[in-house]
Every structure is written in structure tokens, then in C-alpha cells.
Design a protein around this ligand. Structure first.
Ligand code: ADP
Length: 247
């Protein structure tokens, strides 16, 4: 068994479902203590229970800066330090062309997917500096480097996440914090699984590998970047996209 996070403390936002859940489970399996942070209290509770004693559930809305500060405080209070942060909470948002894009949808998607990552990092970094460093992994998307119709807010937010990651990585490299982002392709989440088989087939076919990605595959990349195996990697944007962006 890999025990690379022995003695380390992690927090995962959006840890109550999908990629965040798979990541929380994998970090814990590799011996991290994990704060499972999600605005869905039941989901956070369920995942923390799956993990057991090494996990604590926490309710947060990452679009609130004070909430993010309190979340980091809670991780340090529960486990004594913060070594790893996975800023993964996200929403899909409405689908509409830019000229008709609902303003409240824009505000929400930017609020959670972009501001949420900034607010989280802003709180996590001082906590990590206090113990000499750490690793942050921000959840971007393939839509952090290419466009997609009917999703202007999501694409803007994810491009922003990739850029913020690079800037922050430069700032804290010498102080022992590595900061990277991950770009998954379309993932086989419960949400997609309920879609029309034709839609699933169509989305699968967008990837040269011919299938959707799995949350566990994304979690593997996140865990790698969060671990000392990635000691020379910072400011990177690494894809796990079945070849989507190679086209
Ligand atoms: P993915 O496939 O990207 O993992 P999910 O919808 O399964 O997508 O997971 C996203 C998680 O983020 C959910 O558990 C959701 O409750 C959580 N989340 C969404 N918005 C917020 C928010 N503002 N604050 C905290 N968690 C959030």
C-alpha cells in the first residue's frame, strides 16, 4: 500500500461527490487525514463516513471568502496543520449563447468556479507557509485551454483557474508551496450517467480514447501532483482528457 500522505493533512472542496469524492478517498487510502468540504452537508457526511476516523466533514460555500477562511481554520483545528489542498468544488451553470447568457448564471459560475478557487488559495497559503510548505491542486478542465459553445462562464472560469494557478505557483515556489491545475475531459459522473445513451455516445466520441474519463482517473493525477513524486512540478496544467485537446 502506498503511504505517501502519512502524517499529512488534506482538504478537498467539493469532496462530497464525483471527482472530489474519488480524490478524498484516494488521499485517505494513502494515509492522509482529510477534511471533506462541500456545501452539501449530507454528501460531505457520507464521504467522511466512507473514510472513517481519518476524515471530518465540513460544510462550506466556496463562493464566500470568509467561509473559505473558516474552512482552513477548521482543517488546522481538526488535524493540526494543512499540507494538501484540492480546490475542486464547481458548478456547471446554464447553457446559452453568450448574447443571451443569464447574468445570474454568470455570477454563480464565476463565484464558485473562479472566485471559489481564489478564496480557497488565499486562505490555504498562509496555513501552509506556517508549516514550511505544501501542495495545492486546482480543478480546471479541458475547458481551461479550449472553448466550448454555450458555456461561456464555465470556460472563462476554468481558463482563469489555469492562469491563477501559474501566478500563485511563481509567487510561492521558493517558499515550498507547489501549485498546479488539472484538466479533465468529460467525466462519467452520476449526472452524465442519467443522460440519454445517444448523448453519452456523442460526448464519448469527442475523445480519441472513445470513452468518458472516470473520477478515479482524475483522482490519480491529483494525488500524484499533491505528492512528493511531483516535487519538480509547479505552475503546470496537466490533462487527463482521453486525447480531447490533442485534436
Ligand atoms: P464533478 O463531476 O466535477 O466532480 P460534481 O457535481 O459531482 O462534479 O461535484 C461537485 C461538488 O462540488 C458537489 O459535491 C457539490 O456539492 C460541490 N459544490 C458545488 N458548489 C459548491 C460550493 N459553492 N461550495 C462548496 N461545494 C460546492
Amino acid at each position: 500500500m502506498e503511504r505517501e500522505f502519512e502524517g499529512k493533512v488534506a482538504l478537498v472542496t467539493g469532496g462530497g461527490s464525483g471527482i472530489g469524492e474519488a480524490t478524498a478517498l484516494l488521499l485517505a487510502e494513502r494515509c492522509a487525514k482529510v477534511l471533506v468540504a462541500d456545501w452539501d452537508a449530507e454528501a460531505a457526511e457520507r464521504v467522511a463516513k466512507r473514510i472513517g476516523d481519518a476524515a471530518v466533514p465540513y460544510v462550506v460555500d466556496v463562493s464566500d471568502a470568509q467561509g473559505c477562511a473558516a474552512m482552513v481554520h477548521a482543517a488546522v483545528e481538526a488535524f493540526g496543520r494543512l499540507d494538501v489542498a484540492v480546490n475542486n468544488a464547481g458548478v456547471g451553470g446554464p447553457q446559452a449563447p453568450t448574447g443571451d447568457y443569464p447574468l445570474d448564471g454568470w455570477e454563480r459560475v464565476i463565484g464558485v468556479n473562479l472566485n471559489g478557487v481564489f478564496y480557497s488559495m488565499r486562505a490555504e497559503i498562509p496555513a501552509m507557509l506556517a508549516t514550511g510548505g505544501g501542495a495545492i491542486v486546482n480543478m480546471a478542465s479541458i475547458l481551461g485551454s479550449v472553448g466550448f459553445g454555450m458555456a461561456v462562464a464555465y470556460v472563462a472560469a476554468k481558463h482563469g483557474v489555469v492562469g491563477m494557478t501559474k501566478s500563485a505557483a511563481i509567487e510561492y515556489a521558493k517558499q515550498g508551496i507547489r501549485i498546479n491545475s488539472v484538466g479533465p475531459g468529460f467525466i462519467d459522473t452520476p449526472l452524465l450517467a442519467t443522460a440519454d445513451p445517444e448523448i453519452i455516445a456523442g460526448v464519448s466520441a469527442l475523445h480519441p480514447l472513445g470513452r468518458l474519463g472516470r473520477s478515479e482517473e482524475v483522482a490519480e493525477l491529483v494525488a500524484f501532483l499533491a505528492s512528493d513524486k511531483a516535487s519538480n512540478i509547479t505552475g503546470s496544467y496537466l490533462l487527463t482528457d482521453g486525447g480531447y485537446t490533442a485534436q
